[in-house]
Structure formats: structure tokens, C-alpha cells
Design a protein around this ligand. Structure first.
Ligand code: FPP
Length: 246
């Protein structure tokens, strides 16, 4: 019997250019099935591919996903180690498909606390996809918005001390150049799955004017159809950035 194939996604009018996702609910999804939490993370990793594949067809140029926060170190050693193994496995398994399908991969977050094998693999993947431009995938690992602003401020202060930046030149244009996301546009739409309505330290500076969607679906159940539907709803919204309707 032939495999059932989903129809190719169609371009969406007013599609968000940059979508950021807080992929929440993996643990609950696994617990509901009587399985260990890591089982949910593995199922969640498979959803990343499905959502990413839809992006260039519907008009999303940038997809940013929250894979591991600066607070996630508080989880059990088994879960943390399992997630690190999952990231390494994801890079190993997905590299050739990402290169071939025109995805440019970047990582944000503080790499200092990550094991060297993983950071080397992250850098290799960034280099291997550096010439791609069809869609941009940014993966946040050991990322926290406050930590990012603190690290940025430290570098900025170093430039001031070195005399390469004047205090009077620090403004909303210059400060973001020190953030991990300096080459990315701000997210237009931030999606959080699993029914929690919090932003959990994700892209704090960058999401100042983002639209938010909090959906009940647990991340491993999140489908391409739901992603497309949220992008369609975004296209129907009226964004004013603090101004008034024309
Ligand atoms: C939150 O769910 C999810 C995480 C902390 C990990 C997200 C990681 C993945 C989906 C792995 C895939 C990513 C890549 C790039 C391979 P939770 O564990 O907090 O769920 P819960 O709230 O139900 O406990």
C-alpha cells in the first residue's frame, strides 16, 4: 500500500517571517503513556522536522526553537544527560538532510557550560550549513533571555572600556548587536505548546512586539496543520507596534 503523503503546503498570505517556539509538554506526553520523560523528548525531536519542512513552503524564513534553557540544568542528571545525547544524535542524523534541503542552522545560548563534543558538533553544523539560505533554523541550547542580556552587557562594557564604543552610542540599535541573535530579525510570532501561558525567559528583548499563541497541544502532538493554522491566524492579525490603525 502506498504511503499516505500530506499535500505540499501552500504559501500563506501575511505569513510570519520569523516564528519562535517554546516546545513544551514532552514530559507530560510521555508520563501519560507510562513512559520515561526522555521518550517524550525523542518524540518532540521528530516534530521539529515536520514543522521545519513546512516553513519554506508557507513563507516562514526563520524558525527558532527552545531546546534547553539555562534553568533546565535543575532537572535530574538522567534527563539532562539524555537531552545532551539527543542533541548530539539529532546533529549526527539530520546534518545531511539539513545541508541538502537548504537549511541554515545557528545555535544561540551560552556554550561555555556545554560539553566539548557537543559544542564542536554545533559549530560543525553551523559551518556545514553556512551557505544555505532557504530557511533559517536557530536552536536555543543553554539559552536564557536574562543570561543573554547579561552576557551582551559584559561584552558591551568591555568595548566601552577599550574605547571602541562610546556610552552615548548605546541605544536600541547598538545593544542588540551584542545579543546572540544579532543576525536574526525579531520574532513575529511566538508559539508555546502545552497550555502554559508563560514566556519562561525566552527571547526577552527580541519578543517585545511579538504576537503570542499559547496552545493546549503537547509538543509531541503538535502537527504541521496546527502550525500552518497559527501562521494563517497571524496573517489575519492587525499589528500596530504601539501606533494607531491607519
Ligand atoms: C519542555 O518539555 C521541553 C524541553 C525542555 C526540551 C525540548 C527538546 C526537544 C523537543 C528535543 C528536540 C530538539 C532538538 C533540536 C533535537 P517538558 O519536559 O518541560 O515537558 P513537561 O512540561 O510536560 O514536563
Amino acid at each position: 500500500m502506498a504511503l499516505k503523503r500530506q499535500a505540499e503546503p501552500e504559501p500563506i498570505s501575511g505569513c510570519p517571517r520569523h516564528v519562535a517556539i517554546i516546545m513544551d509538554g514532552n514530559g507530560r506526553w510521555a508520563t501519560k503513556r507510562g513512559r520515561p520523560r526522555l521518550f517524550g523528548h525523542h518524540a518532540g525531536a521528530r516534530r521539529v522536522r515536520e514543522v521545519l519542512e513546512a516553513c519554506p513552503h508557507i513563507g516562514v524564513e526563520y524558525l527558532t526553537i527552545f531546546a534547553f534553557s539555562t534553568e533546565n540544568w535543575k532537572r535530574t542528571q538522567v534527563e539532562v544527560a539524555g537531552l545532551m545525547t539527543l542533541f548530539r544524535r539529532y546533529i549526527t542524523r539530520e546534518t545531511s538532510a539539513l545541508v541538502a534541503s537548504g537549511v541554515r542552522v545557528r545555535f544561540i545560548g551560552d556554550r561555555v557550560r556545554l560539553e566539548e563534543t557537543l559544542t564542536r558538533m554545533m559549530t560543525n553544523l553551523e559551518n556545514a550549513t553556512a551557505h544555505n539560505s532557504r530557511v533559517n533554523l536557530t536552536i536555543a541550547i543553554n539559552y536564557g533571555g536574562r543570561d543573554e542580556v547579561a552576557r551582551a552587557t559584559k561584552r558591551l562594557a568591555e568595548d566601552v572600556a577599550a574605547g571602541t564604543l562610546k556610552p552615548g552610542d548605546i541605544n536600541e540599535e547598538t545593544l542588540p548587536r551584542y545579543l546572540d541573535t544579532f543576525v536574526l530579525p525579531d520574532p513575529d510570532l511566538v508559539i508555546r505548546t502545552s497550555g502554559e501561558a508563560r514566556i519562561s525567559n525566552f527571547l526577552l528583548w527580541q519578543s517585545a512586539y511579538s504576537e503570542y499563541e499559547f496552545v493546549d497541544t503537547l509538543w509531541p502532538d503538535f502537527t504541521r496543520a496546527e502550525f500552518e493554522s497559527l501562521c494563517t491566524s497571524y496573517g489575519e492579525r492587525d499589528r500596530r507596534y504601539g501606533g494607531v490603525k491607519a
